[in-house]
Design a protein around this ligand. Structure first.
Ligand code: UT7
Length: 329
């Protein structure tokens, strides 16, 4: 058992499918335009998994990248957490399927279902096991194939979502790492973002399929208002809990859903544009994969430096939110 008190991210990875769907492609599919999508969301293109490509396939490849980056093998892992709203199957957990692909025999593996907040939730949960000394090497994956639950006849949602995966290895260290976190939920907003059928409330039937109830339904305006308020509040909270100020934030890595949401949150926190990481134009909203995919690309761009205060923050179905302040090591 470890005696270290902090969880650090020691490796990051990503994987995205090769097929791209651009705004121009959508002009041929539904009544929309590149101009509308760009100005209302900031998205230009997104990646789409192949028919036989699963969430576990994407998560597995991101995991290999993260393990390589951290310099440990899958056999050293103590726990695997997967944040996803698009599991390979209703059960078993996608984490178990990835555990098998990695050959990380017999270690615990389970999924976190917290909508787009799932990866940040999972990092915070993993950190508790490290801080308690229970586990030393934890793999946290955010992976999604949202294209499989997107209604490509519904212009209000289909232009938003994409597929991808990101992963992080968490390990103990004496200093730096996760300094503070928040997690929250407001279930009174559970109908605002959902797949209505396929669960115990509305089991699958010919009627639910005919009514397209197995696809994402969203009250966009309600989620938008919730997102702006929550992202700023949750970010401010982790900074203050760590005894710091918003001026101390070096890099803000938010859930990539809409540039207008990100800009509004950044404005409330008085952040400069070069302190805010955005890769939404390339990938759209990848739900649980969005924050680790952004974090990996921030690393690739040399934006994660020792001593930096990095804020991760996300919101999503539930409705849920979560944030973390990480001192990079
Ligand atoms: O990860 C969490 C998941 N969700 C989110 O983060 C989404 C949060 N919400 C949003 O990002 C925004 O609410 C949307 C991008 C979804 C929508 O933007 P909006 O500015 O709130 O637009 P709106 O829903 O108020 O719709 C404005 C108009 C409507 O037309 P009318 O009723 O004014 O004639 C829509 O029918 O835009 C229309 N519209 C479109 N037009 C062209 C909706 N979708 C499209 C489209 N192309 N794809």
């Amino acid at each position: 058992m470890s005696k270290a008190s902090k969880a650090v991210i020691s490796g990051l990875g990503k994987f995205v499918p090769s097929r791209k769907l651009t705004n121009k492609d959508f002009e041929k599919m539904v009544d929309t335009s590149d101009e509308w999508i760009t100005s209302r969301t900031g998205i230009k293109e997104r990646r789409i998994a192949a028919d036989d490509e699963t969430t576990s396939d994407l998560g597995y490849k991101a995991a290999l990248d993260a393990l390589d980056d951290s310099g440990i093998t899958a056999q050293k892992l103590d726990l695997i957490l997967v944040a996803t709203v698009t599991p390979d199957k209703v059960f078993p957990a996608t984490a178990c399927i990835i555990q098998d692909k990695l050959g990380a025999d017999n270690i615990p593996a389970f999924d976190i279902e917290a909508g787009c907040s799932g990866f940040v939730y999972a990092v915070n949960i993993a950190s508790q096991f490290i801080e308690s000394g229970s586990y030393e090497n934890i793999l946290v994956i955010g992976a999604e194939t949202l294209s499989k639950i997107t209604d490509y006849e519904d212009r209000s949602t289909c232009v938003l979502f994409g597929d991808g995966a990101g992963a992080a290895v968490l390990q103990p260290a004496d200093e730096g790492g996760l300094l503070s976190f928040t997690m929250g939920a407001d279930g009174s907003g559970s109908d605002y973002l959902q797949i209505p059928a396929g669960g115990s409330a509305r089991p699958t039937s010919q009627k639910t399929v005919a009514n397209r109830e197995h696809y994402i339904k969203m009250a966009g305006n309600e989620v938008f208002k919730f997102a702006v308020k929550t992202m700023a509040r949750a970010s401010r909270k982790v900074v203050e809990d760590a005894g710091k100020k918003t001026e101390d934030i070096d890099l803000f890595v938010p859930h990539q859903a809409n540039t207008r949401i990100i800009e509004a949150a950044a404005k409330r926190l008085n952040l400069k544009s070069d302190e805010v990481f955005v890769n939404l134009p390339k990938y759209g909203n990848t739900s649980g994969a969005s924050v680790p995919l952004a974090l990996k690309e921030a690393q690739e761009e040399g934006l994660l430096n020792k001593g930096d205060n990095i804020v991760l923050v996300a919101f999503g179905a539930g409705l849920t939110w979560s944030s973390a302040l990480i001192e990079w090591v």
